[in-house]
Write a protein that binds this ligand. Structure first.
Ligand code: GLY
Length: 323
């Protein structure tokens, strides 16, 4: 589908990344595309490490062979999900308070507006692929827990233990470091534990406790797709679901406008319908960068009314069509 939305005065900017701080100098530099790039494919992720790079190469290869944005996004997300070193997504993700890894993921196809998601899925390394199957083979949008697992097994996914030794040790240390004053998974308490010197020394690379990844792509037909996948808030309550499997919160895609995805504290993203908000802002003519900043401002304005010290952990990625 190549329908143009040029009357809406879109900018020639296709990638916008809003960092999780409302300090404008911290926003990463954006890449610009011109209208000459209109038919060129594109893929981006919020994961900036080596695995993210490998994921982009994999997704790019799919796009270069004429594959769909849906397939490119899935293949790229899977690379990040199966990385055992990544404690924020898929296999190797940090577990919930009981030591059980529960994964959330969503998928959306901007061409058909179809969406699929899984939440609290255990024992399956690639929840993005299960979410894609929910999208393509059911008229439901979200499957949860044992229902999601049954569905995955019916499609031939193998059950595997997702708790790596690395994640188990971090979880045990979290339990050890709890004090009687600690609350049950409250964010402040979690952050306090993570800041403890002994924890930081033993686990210097554990930075993202709401870590998640988004993958967004445009294929050579101009079709747009996106996926958000995560192990969610580390040490969360059993059964807690974040923003990642909630369409409109952790992900939204519209072929005529673009796509957006969120990482960071899921509760705040859910309450602000942030990804849908970003896509709406782009529809109104805001660039992806501006739309991501708008979402952060909207969140900060709201929560600072209640808590003047509120500081957002959210990060957004967005792409729009070049017209
Ligand atoms: N954004 C991931 C989560 O809060 O679960």
């Amino acid at each position: 589908m190549k329908k143009s939305v040029s009357r809406r005065n879109f900018f020639n900017q296709t990638i916008g990344i809003g960092a999780g701080a409302l300090l404008l100098p911290l926003f990463p530099k954006i890449n610009l595309r011109s209208s000459a790039d209109r038919n060129k494919p594109l893929i981006i992720t919020s994961h900036s490490n080596e695995t993210g790079q490998k994921a982009m190469e994999t997704g790019w290869e799919v796009l270069m062979k004429g594959g769909s944005a849906v397939d490119a996004v899935e293949k790229a997300a899977n690379i990040i999900e199966v990385d055992p070193e990544d404690t924020s997504v898929g296999y190797g993700g940090l577990p919930n308070e009981r030591g059980v890894v529960q994964l959330d993921a969503s998928f959306m196809d901007g061409k058909t507006y179809s969406a699929g998601a899984v939440a609290c899925l255990e024992n399956i390394k690639t929840p993005a692929s299960v979410a894609k199957l929910v999208m393509q083979h059911t008229d439901h949008v979200i499957l949860v827990g044992t229902g999601a697992l049954e569905f995955a097994k019916a499609w031939g996914f193998a059950e595997e233990n997702l708790l790596t030794e690395k994640a188990r040790k971090i979880w045990l240390r979290w339990k050890e470091e709890m004090s009687p004053a600690d609350d049950w998974g409250a964010p402040e308490h979690l952050q306090n534990i993570m800041k403890k010197e002994s924890y930081r020394k033993d686990f210097p690379d554990i930075e993202h406790h709401y870590g998640t990844t988004n993958v967004l792509a445009i294929d050579t037909n101009g079709d747009i797709a996106g996926c958000t996948t995560t192990s969610g808030l580390s040490f969360k309550l059993n059964g807690r679901i974040g923003d990642s499997p909630i369409i409109g919160a952790g992900l939204y895609v519209d072929n005529e406008v673009g796509a957006a995805g969120a990482t960071g504290r899921g509760e705040d993203v859910i309450k602000s319908c942030a990804s849908y908000y970003i896509v709406l802002r782009m529809k109104e003519g805001r660039t992806p960068q501006q739309a991501c900043e708008d979402a952060l401002r909207m969140i900060v304005d709201r929560y600072r009314k209640v808590n003047p010290d509120y500081f957002p952990s959210e990060k957004f990625v967005a792409i729009n069509r070049v017209c």
